[in-house]
Design a protein around this ligand. Sequence first.
Ligand code: P1T
Length: 385
Amino acid sequence: MSKYEFSTRAIHEGQKPDSATGAVITPIYATSTFVQESPGKHKGYDYSRSGNPTRAALEECIASLENGAAGYAFASGLAAESAVIDAIGSEGHVIATDDLYGGTFRLLEQVKKNLNHLRVTYVDFTNPDAVEAAIEKDTKLIWVETPTNPLLKIVDLESIAAIAAKHHLISVCDNTFASAYLQNPLDFGFDVVVHSATKYLNGHSDIIAGVVVTKENNELSQRIKFLQNAIGSVISPFDSFLLLRGLKTLKLRMEAHSKNALEIARFLEKQPNVEKVLYPGLPTSPYYEIAKKQMKHFGGMVSFFIRGDAEATRRFLENTKLFSLAESLGGVESLVEAPAIMTHASIPKEIREQNGIYDNLIRLSVGIEDSQDLVRDLTTALQAI
Ligand code: P1T
């Protein structure tokens, strides 16, 4: 299938008509177990934690969309991340982006440090020299998010992959904010891609899911597959079905998200009560050139600082109507949130502020509604602060 373009693969890869019935759409194989003719003799499936045909179709599809060799689907983005981190074993050193999802920070700080005895250094990855300087004798893993959550910094994937390869480190990119349509980190030399598939990959805010794709079907990949089954944090057949359905329109949705987000970023830039807009698609962004190089469009996330304090932020958040005040992102509907008190509240205040996440930071997940309505909604909320 790899000779086909993106949307053709999204619609067909791993999804041949059902061999038993001819169903064009991959059925939801809602079964926990599979009959065996004789012990160990079966049609490729014996128990749904170890493998399920709906999940298998999804895993083949996402592996193709990320240009990888193997895909694994999990019950959440964090479950996917956890399996990848566990796959490097206990003890050793990890270098991670300083601006990353609060839940990933919590997973590293409050779980993997204690239980896996890992040490973690957080670095501003927009400076590749700082990443190389942070490498220690026992560094095993480089963990990147780009665009970062919530400051939308862009990391140069090619430079970071080259540093990882030079020092024989495993490189992982959390590609949630870009999605597999806008950016494929494996093409730049990364070893592993993870997603919170809850977001753009599914696109309809109706499931929690995660995926991992590996560049090679190597020992690391097999270890992740082993952990997926051994720990059991798998996605259900029903959620696999919804995710497959979402993937079919990923390209169309990402184009619409990106178009609306650019329009909104340009609008916000002109507003007197907006202090600064963070969007890699604005030519004024320090990340514009690198984003243009490695992404097809600039994505649907826009962050900005309003001119005001925590109370003004609260008034803004209470006065949007179309932008629902909620955590998460990547759905067709627009969402708004304040990272300091919502998605990134699990990061201690002094670290948050050191990284640039202040109380007046607002993050938008721009949906695919008609942009005039979204701009009107933001205008009303800005007038209320
Ligand atoms: O929520 P879950 O599916 O477990 O995914 C976690 C996760 C991982 N990586 C990134 C970059 C993320 O943004 C997330 C989840 N983020 C939010 C819920 C949020 O509002 O930012």
